[in-house]
Design a binder for this molecule. Sequence first.
Ligand code: HEC
Ligand code: HEC
Ligand code: HEC
Ligand code: HEC
Ligand code: HEC
Length: 527
Amino acid sequence: MSHCKSLLLMLLLWACFLNASIAVGGEPLLAHPHSSKQSDATNIGVKECAACHSAPSPISQFRGVTRFVRLVESKEWLERDKHAYAYQLVRIDKPKHESNELSRRITTKLNYKDGDFERNCLTCHAGLNANEDYSSREVKLDLEFGVRCESCHGPGSEYTKREHHQQVSWRGLKPEEKSELGMWDLTSPSTAAAVCLSCHLGNIAENRFVTHDMYAAGHPVLPPFDLQVFLNAMPPHWQTIQKKSGFGNTLDTNDPHLEAKYISAHYDVAGTPTEIRAAIKGSYDKTRRSMIGGLVANDAGIDLIHQGAARTETWGDYSNYNCMGCHQEIKKNSTTLRVESRVPGRPFPANWLTLDYPKIHASGQETRDILKRELLASFNSVPFGDAQRINQLRDRQRQSLEERFLDRRKMERQIMSKDDVLQWLLFLTESRQDSMNDFWVARQTAWMVCVAIDELIEHGAIAANTLDTVDAMKKELQKMLRLELQIEQKVSVLESQSDILETANRFDSARCGVLVKALVQTAIETR
Ligand code: HEC
Ligand code: HEC
Ligand code: HEC
Ligand code: HEC
Ligand code: HEC
């Protein structure tokens, strides 16, 4: 009898274990980070998209479709984009690169069995979704394309129906309307950032999470994220809104307001079509993307903590904390000793959590401050953080994140003026003053500052006689923080890993602070 009981208990425990290894995290606080409503659409595969998006037919050219979308996107992506090679660099069945060997080593060390590699690695390295059956032949072949069209643009089963996205009338729809049919409108910076971050930071609910076990088995450290810098590092298979013109008057349409309608789906601007064009031409859109991307990253970091805390199986993974909390050299002037909010000896959250949110959002400022304080307090109260205490914040945090999501939607519709850029630079450098001694925060901040400075230069807003000094300071920062990314399609990121880590170890935070301040000062002075 008792024998029977213990067997039953063992089975039960085993069942729990199995369950735990599939369902990994709590529901995210922002249930639909890519869209306001989620559709039931499913993936149709790269080959389907490529059928129309590789080379324009003479008819599409004749009809003027290519003035709106060039229809060469698939070819550009396949031949040049790193994402199209993301599976090839990590596949474990046909080792060809050093990175394949590393992948094998990681999966062997982690004792992976059938399906574990797909479930835990290909969610990021090939955009595998929960509703895709990776053992089916069709899906298997599609996964070989790596991070596929639909991993970024959204599942295509609905919007590719004849009456939808191929039609001229689709162009004027708002991002929310497109997402109802599964298309994530990447022209919206907040949507784009949420999509990129689900892999470039992680999302436990989608099983996109680099665990500490993976790191300790050799997975490269994920760099911080800046939307504009990461977009710059992708070969562009698109034309920005400013570059598209003359698409309102073609064989398919003779609507002088179509361009204005398309622009108004993304910006709050009024006036004649000519005035609207002029308004967006002057907008500092790159800085806007960088800023909004930073805000989304901030919130995605908070969401990740909450997702982790919602389940005992995921809470306590060292990946939830700042790596430097444990991996620091013991030395006199250790930079981690200077993190003010930290209780000595307690691992603390990654630094994007402790970064401020611009005061541009007047609403909800107080709630945000309280939530931030309480979240940090729960990390400081017991080693590794008090998950229960974090869970108690869940509902208020969700509400706050939802408000911020709507705020960002409003914010990204505004034209960004030169004054806005200067204010953003001042806010950014002031709010990050205390955390700039963290190499990763410094790297991301320098990216943001350089995006803004470059755009000011582009608009002729930096005095000509200071350009040489600005250039020299930027070059020094680039070297000090190794700002460039590895973007050659078939070149492994492993080639730059040790270099980045060595750069991090040599990091001179004092000099970096001086340089960033001086750069921003130069921009302000030529106001
Ligand atoms: C039957 C041909 C066809 C297929 C299949 C197709 N597209 Fe398109 N796509 C088009 C055409 C034509 C346009 C331009 C429509 C217009 O004139 O506005 C377009 C436009 C787009 C746009 C720009 C829309 C916007 O709102 O800015 C995106 C993004 C896009 N397609 C992605 C995809 C993806 C991803 C797939 C595969 C899941 C896909 N397409 C499959 C023909 C196709
Ligand atoms: C890693 C993410 C990613 C992947 C993968 C990706 N795209 Fe894109 N795509 C983007 C971004 C970002 C934009 C630009 C959005 C903007 O700023 O308007 C874009 C824009 C487009 C556009 C609009 C072009 C224009 O001129 O406005 C089309 C069409 C498109 N992509 C098709 C595809 C197709 C087809 C594939 C697969 C063969 C693909 N994309 C794969 C990120 C991606
Ligand atoms: C709570 C403390 C803690 C935190 C936070 C932490 N680690 Fe670790 N890490 C350890 C310990 C302890 C080991 C040694 C045990 C092992 O090898 O598994 C280790 C080992 C490693 C190793 C293997 C090193 C070697 O030489 O064998 C890597 C790589 C690593 N961690 C990366 C990271 C990264 C990246 C982060 C941040 C995302 C991080 N760690 C956060 C405690 C931590
Ligand atoms: C489905 C997951 C996924 C999505 C979504 C995604 N990426 Fe990636 N991205 C990857 C992976 C995986 C790699 C690494 C490829 C490799 O080296 O094996 C990568 C690599 C990159 C790199 C080169 C990174 C480096 O360190 O040098 C850039 C830049 C990049 N992505 C930009 C973007 C941008 C911008 C977006 C959003 C528009 C985006 N990605 C969306 C998975 C994704
Ligand atoms: C959260 C998304 C995510 C998950 C999950 C993930 N990775 Fe990665 N991986 C990335 C990104 C992003 C990069 C590129 C890092 C960079 O830009 O430096 C990368 C890089 C790599 C590389 C180096 C690729 C190159 O260019 O040389 C290997 C190998 C790798 N991953 C293997 C794995 C394996 C094996 C797993 C599963 C155990 C896994 N990854 C899980 C996102 C992920």
